[in-house]
Design a protein around this ligand. Structure first.
Ligand code: PMP
Ligand code: GLU
Length: 380
């Protein structure tokens, strides 16, 4: 047989998905695994969103829609961005995608030429690097301080003539850190001075605890050079709906549209009607979920700290990022195989020596998980 694609061969499988699959397999084998490895809200999608989708199905919204998304959703996103994220956005600057992940992939395909360099701020979520690689780009990693979890001038050292883009993810998966205005301003200044694009993944914007989320595109001229990525999975507990979006300068969105037209065509038509209800409806459901995540966050961080583990700031998203003493891969394997708690080793995020635990699970399950890790006593 002839060899398969070298480009795809060089890409690692998604660690978050692989570990979650392994945990699910153990569960099917009758083991009571507490799955804290994947970032997925445990809440049901709010009823009014599901109802709007079912209504759309019933009235026959089961055909192809415009590739970038139904006009009602493009308007709802553009209004939301202008109002909440505080930068101007017209409907033609929006593309709705099957999940935010697809928006990241399309954004990379649209902006990157072979050999272009893309700066990732590590620890970084697992899918950025493969998306850059699939677009033919080269990843340059810049480690964020594990004391402040903010940026400093040393970032400029990563920039050279080949640098094309900086990827920003605040609130961060996996650290839970939220960039302050100074960190974002630094990125904005570098992008302007060196004529770079930015991709700002703001999918956890609604999940902040006592901190302010600031959109990168709201700073200086960044709206002209930023692809802002967002979606419905985290804020509205809609992971399985596969709905995300990107907002950016019309020229980039037009290029992303071509990738979308020739690959997935569009997001699912009736699902998009659910998303309209999500954005236009009462936002109390989002706040209720945020408050519950906050309660779990406080419990989990204090338990881990009491056990002697150091943790990253946990100001946003729904992850506790835990410093371990020893090999994170080996410790996460022990937690899974001996304590039956699934967690993601930091190495998956370019952060060896750390482990990510999601607190998007019920309080009872979190209490049980903490008890199991305490009894095992490894990794401190
Ligand atoms: N960005 C980040 C930082 C994430 O954690 C996720 C979660 N999978 C995504 C993007 C993609 O979300 P989705 O494709 O479910 O919209
Ligand atoms: N974003 C979540 C995580 O990091 C979901 C899984 C994924 O898409 O990677 O666990």
């Amino acid at each position: 047989m002839r060899s398969l694609s070298e480009k795809v061969g060089a890409i690692a499988p998604s660690a978050t998905i692989e570990i979650s699959n392994k945990a699910k397999k153990m569960e099917r084998g009758g083991i009571d695994v507490i799955s804290l490895s994947i970032g997925e809200p445990d809440f049901a999608t709010p009823q009014h969103i599901t109802d709007a989708c079912v209504d759309a199905l019933k009235r026959g919204e089961t055909h192809y829609a415009p590739s970038n998304g139904i006009p009602e959703l493009l308007s709802a996103v553009s209004e939301k961005i202008t109002r909440e994220n505080k930068f101007p956005c017209k409907p033609e600057q929006v593309i709705v995608t099957p999940g935010a992940k697809q928006a990241i992939y399309e954004g990379m395909e649209a902006a990157i030429n072979p050999g272009d360099e893309v700066i990732l701020l590590t620890p970084a979520w697992v899918s950025y690097e493969p998306c850059v690689q699939m677009a033919g780009g080269r990843v340059v990693k810049h480690a964020i301080s594990d004391k402040t979890f903010q940026l400093d001038d040393s970032l400029v050292k990563r920039i050279n003539a080949k640098t094309k883009m900086i990827v920003v993810n605040s609130p961060s998966n996996p650290t839970g850190a939220v960039f302050n205005k100074d960190s974002l301003k630094l990125i904005a200044d570098l992008c302007t001075d060196y004529d770079l694009y930015a991709m700002s993944d703001e999918i956890y914007e609604k999940l902040v605890y006592g901190k302010e989320h600031i959109s990168l595109a709201s700073i200086g001229d960044m709206a002209e050079r930023t692809i802002t990525v967002n979606g419905f999975s985290k804020a509205y507990a809609m992971t399985g709906w596969r709905l995300g979006y990107a907002v950016g300068p019309p020229a980039i969105i037009r290029e992303m549209s071509k990738v979308q037209q020739h690959s997935v065509s569009q997001a699912t038509t009736f699902a998009m009607w659910g998303a309209v209800a999500a954005l236009k409806g009462d936002q109390k459901c989002v706040e209720d979920m945020r408050k519950e995540f906050d309660r779990r966050r406080q419990y989990m961080i204090s338990e881990l700290n009491l056990m002697g583990y150091k943790t990253a700031p946990a100001d946003g998203a729904f992850y506790a990022f835990v410093k371990v003493d020893g090999d994170d891969m080996a410790i996460a394997t022990q937690w899974l195989e001996k304590a039956h708690v699934a967690a993601t080793p930091g190495a998956a995020f370019d952060a060896p020596g750390w482990i990510r635990l999601s607190y998007a699970a019920s309080m009872d399950r979190l209490k049980e998980a903490m008890g199991r890790i305490r009894r095992l006593g490894s990794g401190k």
